[in-house]
Design a protein around this ligand. Structure first.
Ligand SMILES: [Zn+2]
Length: 303
């Protein structure tokens, strides 16, 4: 099934206040891991009830999907992750002491074919957060993603290529709004609509949600839960063109469990080579995010 339990290092949205421990338990009874559904909503409002005892359930042996790249967690390595009041946990970093970091890539305005080759040849573990309007070259590119030239404009075929290399394709809304400006129903349409599109185009419904700009509120978490999302993923550092890491911590160092944010932009493959070499020179491995989430009692994907 999809969920265990745990503690979360959560951000506080845009301009967050740093890691915040969120307490609570997400009920394993919450309907989980729907796949390729035909409607956006997959879950009713929860009857999820936090466990009064916090009783532990045995953790599964963490394993990535067969053939998936990236470092896998060792037994007992990963701290627990849990949401609050039955809501999806908000995760800015993975609770581990091992020198491992995780690479995530957002939007999809640019589709550098060299990047697919790099992921294949060097077996780079990444998680992609696809945004419909970016992938389908509609609307205005997110300035954070660099100038939008629609390189490739391969639409969903590019993401199916990545999927075939074990890259999970996750949820980043339909139109990239600041969700805090939308009421619950508007947020739900963005998140459920995106889950539906990704499920249809990729064949696997997403389980993770990343809010545009890292901006979210309680309605976002409720909507994410309603749409079947098992966690809200933020980040600890962004990667700029040229592979330069922009830290959100004062000491400007990678830390164990960091989640790095990149965007699909021109020359992504070249930037990635620089970044990967930099990370390895600093003694860090690249981790398989899904396996780590599994090990934390976090997200377990269907199929
Ligand atoms: Zn974005």
């Amino acid at each position: 099934m999809c969920w265990g339990r745990g503690t979360v290092w959560g951000g506080a949205g845009r301009g967050g206040l740093g890691p915040v421990v969120l307490a609570g338990v997400l009920s394993a009874l919450v309907a989980g891991c729907a796949q390729g559904g035909t409607t956006g909503d997959v879950e009713p409002e929860p009857s999820a009830k936090p466990s009064a005892t916090g009783a532990r359930t045995p953790r599964p042996t963490p394993q990535g999907p067969p053939g998936a790249p990236g470092a896998l967690p060792r037994a007992g390595e990963v701290g627990p992750i849990r949401g609050e009041d039955g809501l999806p946990p908000v995760i800015s970093s993975i609770p581990t002491k091992r020198k491992v970091v995780f690479l995530t890539i957002d939007d999809g305005w640019e589709q550098d074919p060299g990047f697919v080759k790099l992921v294949r040849d060097r077996r780079v573990p990444i998680t992609a957060f696809a945004m419909r309007d970016a992938v389908e070259a509609k609307g205005s590119p997110d300035p954070a993603g660099g100038p939008g030239r629609y390189v490739g404009a391969g639409k969903w075929g590019y993401f199916r290529q990545l999927r075939d290399l074990h890259v999970p394709i996750e949820n980043h809304t339909l139109t990239h709004p600041d969700l805090r400006r939308l009421p619950f129903d508007g947020q739900r349409r963005e998140i459920c609509g995106s889950a539906q599109v990704v499920g249809k185009e990729i064949g696997t419904r997403p389980a993770l949600f990343r809010p545009p700009f890292g901006s979210y509120n309680t309605d976002t978490l409720r909507a994410a839960r309603r749409c079947g999302m098992k966690a809200v993923l933020l980040w600890t550092a962004t990667v700029q063109p040229g592979g330069k890491i922009a830290y959100q911590v004062p000491d400007k160092r990678l830390r164990p469990g960091d989640i790095l944010l990149l965007h699909f932009r021109p020359n992504l493959a070249a930037d990635f080579r620089v970044l990967i070499d930099k990370i390895r020179r600093r003694g860090f491995e690249l981790g398989n995010l899904q396996a780590y989430l599994d090990a934390s009692g976090g997200v377990r994907r269907a199929g």
